[in-house]
Design a protein around this ligand. Structure first.
Ligand SMILES: [Zn+2]
Length: 272
């Protein structure tokens, strides 16, 4: 033990002397497929037509695959288009039937049945295949069901997801995901809404650069992608495309959430 510690220190000393310390410090981040420095998942919420019309063309042009969290209330308008996206290697996943944000009035049973289970049945059996991995995005990033203190409400929500076979769930808060933490707590994956406060690229670039510096996993959350930003949370096509161009220029592995999650589980989950 003592010997190996000494020898590692000595090696570090040699590396520092040769000016390699920065380089060796960056190496732990290269744990992603193809030696990439970080992972990025692009997620699009609510099954919005503007995503099909304005985001998907740029994703295709750049060869990027993404995750689309659909709600039953929206998906029917253009279900053939969503099916085509899934056939093309994108992930289509569960964002509930009616997108309830406040769940204080819900019981676990009602949420499980009428929102998550019903939507899963729609996705799995009617359109997108029962072999899909069950992933989920919390509507409005709200993490509690029913009454009681915060922990009890969140524990209730997690039990619903676990019983329904959901393997990974995304919130709308938090910094870059550390893969070791994501592997341990996959029902609390951090998501970042880059245009939540303004239709500008700066927050996305800072978040992505921080993710690369940490060797982490970025999960970006988009809603409407419109020719011009109309309200809170919208992204203009110009801002959306600049963010994607930045990602394309980074040394990152870009993959839908289910694929990135599978990789995290296989690479970082410690044996029980
Ligand atoms: Zn939503």
């Amino acid at each position: 033990m003592g010997d190996s510690r000494v020898s590692r220190r000595s090696l570090f000393g040699v590396a520092a002397a040769l000016g390699l310390a920065g380089q060796s410090a960056a190496q732990p981040g290269r744990v992603w497929p193809n030696g990439a420095r970080a992972a990025v998942s692009l997620t699009y919420d609510d099954g919005l037509n503007s995503q099909l019309d304005n985001a998907v063309p740029e994703l295709k042009r750049l060869g990027m695959k993404a995750t689309f969290f659909l709600t039953g209330a929206n998906v029917d308008w253009r279900v053939a288009d969503w099916e085509a996206l899934a056939r093309d290697g994108n992930e289509v996943a569960n964002h509930t039937m009616t997108h309830p944000c406040a769940l204080a009035g819900y019981t676990a049973g009602r949420l499980a049945h009428s929102e998550i289970g019903l939507m899963e049945g729609y996705l799995a059996h009617a359109h997108f295949g029962a072999d899909r991995e069950r992933t989920f995005a919390y509507p409005c990033g709200y993490l509690g069901v029913g009454h009681g203190d915060r922990r009890a409400r969140y524990a209730r929500y997690r039990r619903v997801l676990e019983r329904d076979g959901v393997v990974a769930a995304r919130t709308t808060a938090g910094g870059p995901n550390r893969p070791e933490e994501a592997a341990i707590d996959p029902l609390h994956l951090h998501g970042f809404e880059p245009t939540d406060e303004a239709d500008v690229v700066g927050p996305a670039l800072r978040y992505l650069n921080a993710t690369v510096a940490q060797g982490g996993w970025a999960i970006l959350v988009f809603h409407e992608v419109l020719p011009k930003c109309r309200g809170d949370g919208d992204a203009s096509i110009a801002t959306h495309n600049k963010i994607l161009a930045h990602i394309a220029a980074l040394d990152v592995w870009c993959a839908p959430m289910d694929q990135a999650f599978d990789y995290v589980q296989s690479r970082f989950r410690k044996p029980a």
